[in-house]
Design a protein around this ligand. Structure first.
Ligand code: SF4
Length: 109
């Protein structure tokens, strides 16, 4: 998969993304069904309530992503056990606005 990752803007100054990159490289977590993975982009949602997730996902698709991963900091609250309260809204907005052939993953590691 060619993956664009969207992460939490509130978490990016706490987390260098190591677990996301490791899962992608080793084919674990959300990437376990794909033997070859490439990172296309690593962006934040833009801040609450996450509206910039959609244009940023579209930009990564323009740059070659065929999958958009909503990172574990958003869906599960890693590393501070504080999931995004807007997760479902962001996920649904991505589903509604991205081309149908783009895979949407709801976590990373
Ligand atoms: S909308 Fe969610 S993912 Fe984005 S900054 Fe706010 S808490 Fe983080």
């Amino acid at each position: 998969m060619k993956v664009g990752i969207i992460r939490c803007n509130q978490t990016e100054d706490l987390c260098p993304g190591t677990s996301c990159f490791k899962a992608l490289k080793t084919g674990s977590g959300a990437f376990q069904n794909s033997s070859e993975n490439e990172i296309i982009g690593f962006v934040s949602c833009g801040g609450c309530p996450g509206k910039k997730a959609i244009p940023r996902a579209l930009k990564m698709i323009e740059k070659g992503a065929d999958a958009i991963a909503i990172s574990t900091c958003i869906s599960k609250g890693a590393p501070i056990k504080f999931p995004c309260p807007h997760f479902e809204m962001i996920k649904n907005a991505l589903k509604q606005n991205l081309p149908e052939n783009i895979k949407i993953l709801d976590n990373t590691h």
